[in-house]
Design a protein around this ligand. Structure first.
Ligand SMILES: [Zn+2]
Length: 86
């Protein structure tokens, strides 16, 4: 019986063959959830779920509100900024 923390579907499973020939199931760390838009909740593209050894430019989107808003919501946010009277 796996320990309670391994009984989740969020953890990836991998079959490993041991030197003795036996195959065992190993449980990897939990996968992060998909990045979502803060405004509409749609999935954000271009943001990796497992980004431990990537550079900053590979982990996020290089534009205003990148990695926070999707492109549609970003356009709306910029339009709202421009249209507001100062
Ligand atoms: Zn959005």
């Amino acid at each position: 019986m796996p320990k309670p923390s391994d009984r989740t579907t969020k953890r990836q499973r991998k079959f490993k063959r041991l030197p003795g020939g036996r195959t065992v199931k190993r449980v990897k760390g939990k996968m992060k959830g998909k990045a979502l838009c803060a405004k509409c909740g749609n999935e954000l593209h271009g943001i990796p779920r497992n980004a431990r050894r990537l550079s900053k430019s590979e982990k996020t989107i290089n534009r205003p509100y990148g990695g926070h808003y999707c492109s549609k919501c970003m356009r709306q946010a910029i339009k709202n900024l421009i249209q507001k009277p100062a």
